[in-house]
Design a protein around this ligand. Structure first.
Ligand SMILES: [Zn+2]
Length: 239
């Protein structure tokens, strides 16, 4: 499987352009020798951007998709040839927004678990607005003001966000570790762990800021009932 190079770059904002060779072409996508693009996953959208040929011709790629090899969907894949060297640019503004949203989602999920024991059972992040599905024992106890105030206290307190590479057993045995229920589905002995100091610690392959001071505070938009115990909460940046 191709290495997911976005995981080696932390913080996950302002991704630099990179060179790569075309190693695969289908009717709808290009595959690169290496890619720092984030492929859609875990509720975080994949990156978009531009691929630039040696002669300067620019093509847009749409949301990058996961797989054995990361797929860069593009309108004109047959204009490229195997072995061709290209330059790949990632839409930084969009990536930065997703990185900030994703890091915020860690904090929302961690604090909802701390306050109400509510488990995060789904999320869909956007550049402007995101939704997070929480499962409560008693959802009448949910208080959006309490949650948003707690989240914004962390966001505005310059809390460090660290990336670790830890052994699977160390992860499973760590007392503060969250979200290990699906760890058996992730291959490898050494896994990436994201730590928001004093707030959250969990295995994660998303993109993160290095300090919460990079993120605007959040505003609660509203909630929807999604069945017994389940609430879908919407948040956006309070810009
Ligand atoms: Zn994450």
């Amino acid at each position: 499987m191709q290495e997911k190079l976005h995981m080696t770059r932390h913080p996950g904002i302002n991704p630099p352009e990179f060179e790569a060779n075309i190693v695969g072409i289908t009717d709808s996508a290009l595959f690169l020798s290496e890619s720092y693009c984030y492929p859609r996953g875990g509720g975080q959208p994949g990156d978009t951007g531009k691929i630039i040929k040696a002669d300067g011709e620019i093509s847009d790629y749409t949301e990058v998709l996961p797989g054995e090899m990361i797929a860069h969907p593009i309108e004109n894949p047959l204009d490229f040839v195997i072995g061709e060297k290209i330059l790949c640019q990632i839409d930084s503004e969009r990536r930065n927004a997703h990185t900030m949203m994703h890091t915020s989602q860690h904090i929302v999920s961690a604090l909802a678990e701390d306050i109400w024991g509510a488990e995060t059972v789904g999320n869909q992040l956007g550049a402007i607005q995101s939704r997070i599905d929480l499962l409560f024992d008693d959802k009448s106890k949910f208080d959006p003001v309490e949650l948003v105030n707690a989240v914004n206290t962390v966001l505005s307190s310059s809390t460090a966000v660290n990336i670790h590479k830890w052994d699977r057993n160390m992860i499973l045995e760590h007392e503060q570790m969250r979200h290990t229920k699906f760890l058996h589905k992730i291959p490898g002995d050494i896994l990436r762990v994201v730590e928001i100091e004093g707030v959250d610690l969990c295995p994660c392959a998303g993109t993160h800021v290095s300090n919460t001071s990079r993120i605007p505070t959040l505003r609660y938009v509203g909630k929807k009932n999604k069945g017994k115990g389940r609430l879908r909460l919407a948040f956006e940046f309070d810009l």
